[in-house]
Design a binder for this molecule. Structure first.
Ligand code: MG
Length: 319
């Protein structure tokens, strides 16, 4: 990452996605103030796609899909959301779930990109999360590729409860992994970042906080809350967002999407877009029955085409 100073503005220029040697070149990530930095201490911005819930779209939890997202979509990061609560999720199908997530983590390591291991739950399950992340940190803590997202989107819990939970999970991870980035969620689908700003977690390094938005629903109010958090020194990572409505569907709001992109660029905030699934839904990047890789324009939905184009543009490609 380089900064070029022109006319009083810092333009952020990413070079890492063009070469493809994302983790080899950037190594162990660290949080310094508001910013995500690479091993050399340069600010970096990771941009990529989130897969869908592993329990409903396991067909895209493959090495081929990860390789395609890196090589064709120019993702420097992918997110692996492990469904926790559904019948086919982690609680009821633990071994299969861990194996499915591990396939994507291993593929990200193989393809030299970063990967988020996401506890994709809306309810608080401290004991199970501690067990899971302890095992993941033990297995993957020595790989700089891995980022832990410990609570996707709390809904009914207060920040006090989420904070207490987060500290327990952070401690479990840090027993095995002293340094990889940990993303902490906050109430109301990760929109109560202002509550974090007034009462952040103290005493741990390499912690960032998630903001999730759906551009057609969440507009100025959430950017203002996020600006408030930044002003209080809270490092933000947009680990999931959509360009459509909060239901994942209906129309794409291109104007608000661009406002969010400008805001994230201006603040050097990393992001993953929702999602690599073949559902009939606006936020789904793929059309039904799309194979695991080798996608053509005909395989992609409107949001899929726009997302691919955007990621390739950030990687310095013209189309
Ligand atoms: Mg580590």
């Amino acid at each position: 990452m380089r900064f070029i100073y022109i006319f009083g503005l810092f333009l952020i220029v990413s070079s890492m996605q063009i070469t493809g040697q994302v983790v080899s070149e950037n190594g162990q990530l660290q949080v310094d103030g508001l910013y995500l930095k690479n091993a050399q201490g340069d600010t970096i911005v990771l941009r990529g796609m989130s897969l869908g819930w592993h329990n409903w779209w396991p067909q895209y939890y493959t090495p081929e899909t990860v390789k395609w997202l890196k090589e064709d979509w120019k993702c420097s990061i992918v997110r692996a959301p492990m469904g926790v609560d559904p019948d086919s999720g982690y609680i009821k199908m633990k071994e299969w779930s861990v194996n499915t997530i591990s396939t994507v983590v291993d593929a990200a390591i193989e393809n030299d990109i970063y990967v988020i291991i996401d506890w994709h739950s809306h309810s608080l399950k401290t004991k199970q999360a501690v067990e899971f992340f302890s095992a993941m940190a033990k297995k993957y803590g020595s790989y700089p590729n891995v980022i832990y997202e410990i609570f996707n989107e709390p809904i009914n819990n207060s920040w006090e409860e989420v904070k207490k939970y987060s500290i327990k999970v952070i401690e479990a991870i840090r027993e095995h992994d002293p340094d990889n980035i940990i993303l902490v969620g906050n109430p109301h689908w990760c929109q109560d970042i202002h509550l974090v700003a007034d009462d952040p977690i103290e005493g741990y390094d390499n912690i960032m906080y998630t903001v999730h938005f759906y551009a057609a629903t969440h507009k100025d109010f959430l950017r203002e809350r996020s600006d408030y958090a930044l002003s209080k020194g809270i490092p933000v990572f947009v680990s999931e967002y959509g360009a459509c409505h909060a239901n994942g569907d209906d129309e794409i709001d291109y104007e608000e999407w661009q406002k969010w992109l400008d805001w994230m660029d201006a603040n050097a905030i990393s992001w993953c877009k929702w999602s690599i699934v073949d559902k009939v839904e606006t936020s789904a990047a793929l059309k039904p029955k799309t194979p695991t890789s080798g996608w053509t324009e005909d395989d992609l939905s409107e949001s899929g085409k726009a997302s691919r184009k955007l990621l390739r543009k950030y990687a310095g490609l013209k189309d």
